[in-house]
Ligand binder design. Structure first.
Ligand code: SF4
Ligand code: SF4
Ligand code: SF4
Length: 452
């Protein structure tokens, strides 16, 4: 006896019917007659209303499931989440390394603005000491047989520490090579100082990507992503993006959207071919993100609509692809997992969440203490407990996320946003299932991009 799984979602888009399996990512276009028969079957008709091919296809792709399947899947979702939360991955070490609390820009929406330093002296001593401690920490993991090391360099602006970082990447690259371990690095940068002289000093084959933010067309971008003297940063950044992709570095252009720059970002995408050499577009990716916490922020539901407009522009010129693949429910990020992955600042302080770096209230430990403790799991400080307990899916939204049919596509939203909802800073999207409507809208948009 088979019934339709709750993970089956039906979409009607541009006069076409689609059935989509939210549990395994299977998408099938079906004609009106089959949809009609499926509706009748749902409403109590016998299974034999479907022909053999329809019935077997629906069973093979888990749209039709036997009794208890959905309940079992809910338990599996809880289990995969718990495994990712408590079972430290011994094969992979990731470090998010904030090299400096200084920045050559002065963006109005900077999430770190209260914690950035405007003093322009280098923090050489602390940075070198912390770099050496991290080198020893990684060495100990390599001795234990770890398979992969990844370091994300961010700040402030990491290219303000060009000499340090170029040498440091080479040191870690050689260290990992000695142990036959894979090493990758990432930069999160404003791109202004990412010149050819600098990128020529970096080993290309282990660069995962360089993320560079652009806020819109030249005039708009220069108003926001610049320094107090309002210099033209746009042309230099575009020049640097072009040199990087022509030299086969993978660049992700980050587009931070709010109500003030949506039009300008759209115009930037429309004219992108005049700015960026799309001959090398295989080295170019895009990441569209919502600016949150400002008066000009879109709410999460509005954001899906504007995201769709921008993504569809990118799809039309072959710069983005629909994203429908599905993965197991896991922790959203390392902030809510008890892993040894580190968020580290140049002074050697450790945090759980990127957004809290340089803020003493959120400091959980120091790298030095961690090493003295023989690489034991991170101490259960109040900050860690807040992330792994109070903000955990086990304790927010009445545990609904484990049962939610959209959970593999949502992953329970970013824990920092969960906190903002609990504190009344963000709209409570759990209420009236608004969060589910947002994810459904996102999936509908992604399906509509197929064939664009
Ligand atoms: S470039 Fe980044 S770190 Fe610097 S002010 Fe702007 S948002 Fe903040
Ligand atoms: S909690 Fe959110 S903001 Fe913080 S590290 Fe995780 S994903 Fe990023
Ligand atoms: S859509 Fe809502 S209920 Fe479902 S996983 Fe996301 S936050 Fe949780």
């Amino acid at each position: 006896m088979y019934n339709f799984s709750k993970y089956m979602e039906i979409f009607k888009i541009n006069n076409k019917n689609y059935i989509f399996n939210l549990n395994n990512g299977c998408l099938i276009e079906v004609d009106d007659s089959t949809i009609g028969k499926m509706e009748l079957f749902k409403n109590g008709y016998q299974e034999d209303i479907l022909n053999d091919l329809e019935r077997q296809t629906l069973i093979d792709n888990q749209f039709l499931v036997s009794e208890g399947f959905d309940e079992k899947q809910e338990k599996i979702n809880h289990l995969t989440y718990s495994i990712s939360k408590y079972n430290n991955n011994k094969d992979f070490l990731k470090v998010d390394f904030a090299l400096t609390d200084k920045c050559n820009f002065n963006c109005p929406y900077c999430f770190e603005c209260n914690n950035l330093s405007r003093n322009h002296e280098h923090n050489c001593k602390s940075l070198i000491e912390t770099g050496n401690e991290l080198y020893s920490y990684i060495s100990k993991f390599l001795e234990k047989g770890i398979k992969k090391v990844e370091i994300v360099f961010y700040g402030g602006e990491p290219t303000l520490e060009k000499d340090f970082v170029a040498d440091y990447i080479k040191r870690i690259y050689l260290l990992c090579k000695e142990y036959n371990t894979s090493f990758q690095y990432v930069f999160i940068t404003n791109g202004f100082l990412f010149t050819k002289d600098f990128s020529d000093r970096l080993p290309k084959d282990c660069c995962k990507f360089i993320q560079i933010t652009i806020d819109g067309e030249k005039e708009f971008h220069n108003q926001r992503r610049t320094n107090l003297a309002k210099i033209n940063t746009f042309d230099k950044i575009i020049e640097n993006v072009n040199q990087l992709i022509s030299n086969r570095f993978y660049v992700v252009i980050r587009l931070n959207i709010d109500k003030s720059n949506f039009e300008s970002i759209g115009a930037f995408i429309d004219n992108i071919g005049e700015l960026i050499d799309l001959k090398h577009k295989q080295y170019l990716g895009f990441d569209i993100a919502r600016v949150f916490g400002s008066d000009m922020s879109y709410d999460l539901y509005e954001y899906e609509k504007v995201r769709k407009v921008l993504l569809s522009k990118l799809m039309k010129i072959g710069l983005s692809k629909p994203r429908l693949s599905c993965k197991a429910l896991t922790t959203f990020c390392i902030a809510e997992s008890l892993s040894n992955d580190l968020v580290l600042d140049y002074k050697g302080n450790l945090y759980r969440c990127w957004n809290n770096v340089f803020d003493d209230k959120f400091k959980i430990n120091t790298l030095r203490d961690l090493m003295k403790n023989n690489l034991d799991p991170l101490d259960h400080t109040d900050v860690t407990l807040d992330f792994i307990e109070n903000l955990s899916l086990e304790n927010v939204n009445n545990k609904e996320c484990f049962k939610c049919k959209y959970c593999k596509y949502c992953q329970g939203i970013c824990p920092a946003i969960r906190r903002s909802i609990l504190n009344g800073i963000e709209e409570n999207i759990y209420k009236d299932d608004l969060c589910k409507k947002i994810i459904r809208e996102r999936l509908e948009n992604e399906i509509s991009f197929i064939g664009v």
